[in-house]
Design a protein around this ligand. Structure first.
Ligand code: FES
Ligand SMILES: [Fe+2]
Length: 393
């Protein structure tokens, strides 16, 4: 059984089917996971219009630290400027478009284009244009440095995640995400990245949305994460559902990791009693998977790398800058195991999206609510994007 207009982008009836109440809703059709044209449409409609995660501020800890990042095919440059501010630029020279920085490094003086040596400050200002007016002439008519700084992308840091708004016209981050910021206000405290042993990258052969869809629900725990499920059972979980903003799940029985000597990580200061035993796992739409617990937090920034490929960048945070090395390593290992356990299902669903018979699927009304909300939001974004494109014609 296939939906109407099978084989191309969703038509209006398919968009509407995704946005039905969960009892009747279908999932997004196959093309949203496999088709390069639909991937490109979603890039604008879903990844560029609002605030998406790019990286974490801990990726550029010191002034001058610079890191090129490919965001869904767009070359960006994450940098901490000399004044300490995290900034994001398009990673291209204003002269003829050369890539400026092609590997992570420390910018000592200026960002120098390797092609004709135009130089930019870490704050993006164009500072020198050697021989632009001919040999020995470093100025030229029509080359106004004041208007030729690096193209900056709007960015904002929250929970150490660097969020970007590529369209440039989204509401301010704090307004767009007011509900989630308030929900997790108790965690709006200094988060200390655990360092090199608290970051890892997983490369997965699936569309980035499947990583979100899997993260949002706890339904799979008994079969995919039997160890986790041994103490945090299905019935200990609750849904977190904020339509068009975020969704995920929480557990009422978070159990702290203990070292051989019974030691635990220090708690974040000032948490309410709920967090003695609760933990929450939320996807901030579109692409940041976050988790909070009394004694640590994590962020997973999903970097789409094509319709069927995603890079998951995982970072763990603590309440204090110094924590026990062995305990921290054990915590990283524990989470790595959990996230690796999810790979076969997201990759399996990706392979499944090549079956012409798959119509987008159906949802468990009881168990899949947070995942359905994400599908519904994506369909709504595509609808809005097409409407505004049409209005502009
Ligand atoms: S392209 Fe950068 S200086 Fe020419
Ligand atoms: Fe999982």
């Amino acid at each position: 059984m296939v939906g109407p207009n099978y084989g191309g982008p969703m038509d209006q009836s398919q968009l509407n089917a995704v946005r039905q109440p969960i009892q009747h809703a279908h999932g997004l059709p196959n093309e949203h996971y496999t088709d390069p044209d639909v991937y490109a449409e979603e890039r604008s409609a879903v990844l560029m219009f609002g605030w998406s995660g790019l990286a974490v501020a801990a990726d550029v800890p010191e002034p001058g630290d610079a890191r090129p990042i490919d965001f869904a095919g767009m070359p960006l440059l994450l940098i901490r400027d000399k004044a300490g501010t995290v900034r994001v630029f398009h990673n291209i020279c204003r002269h003829r478009g050369m890539i400026l920085v092609d590997a992570p490094r420390k910018i000592e003086g200026a960002i120098r284009c390797p092609y004709h040596s135009w130089c930019y400050g870490t704050d993006g200002r164009l500072v020198s244009t050697p021989h632009v007016g001919g040999p020995g002439q470093n100025t030229a008519d029509g080359i106004d440095k004041a208007t030729l700084g690096l193209s900056e992308v709007r960015s904002h840091v929250w929970m150490d995640v660097v969020w970007i708004n590529l369209s440039g016209d989204a509401p301010a981050f704090d307004d767009a995400n007011a509900d989630l910021i308030s929900r997790w206000a108790e965690f709006d405290v200094p988060l200390h990245h655990g360092g090199p042993d608290s970051r890892f990258v997983l490369e997965v052969d699936c569309n980035w949305k499947l990583a979100v869809e899997n993260y949002c629900e706890s339904y799979h725990l008994p079969w995919v994460h039997p160890d986790l499920n041994s103490y945090s059972r299905l019935e200990d979980h609750y849904h977190i559902e904020a339509p068009d903003q975020y969704s995920g799940q929480g557990t009422l029985v978070y159990r702290q990791l203990r070292g051989d000597n019974g030691a635990t990580f220090p708690d974040f200061a000032g948490l309410g009693a709920k967090w003695d035993t609760a933990a929450e796992y939320i996807t901030a739409y579109p692409n940041v998977l976050m988790g909070v617990h009394r004694d640590h937090a994590f962020a997973i920034v999903l970097l789409p790398q094509g319709p069927g490929r995603t890079q998951e960048n995982i970072h763990l945070y603590y309440a204090q800058p110094d924590t026990d090395d062995a305990l921290r390593a054990a915590n990283t290992a524990q989470w790595k195991k959990v996230f690796e356990e999810d790979i076969f299902v997201v990759e399996g669903m990706q392979r499944g999206r090549h079956a012409p018979a798959f119509d987008g699927g159906r949802f468990s009304p009881a168990m899949d609510g947070p995942t359905h909300l994400f599908h519904s939001w994506v369909a709504g974004r595509i609808d809005a994007h097409r409407a505004s494109a049409q209005a502009a014609e």
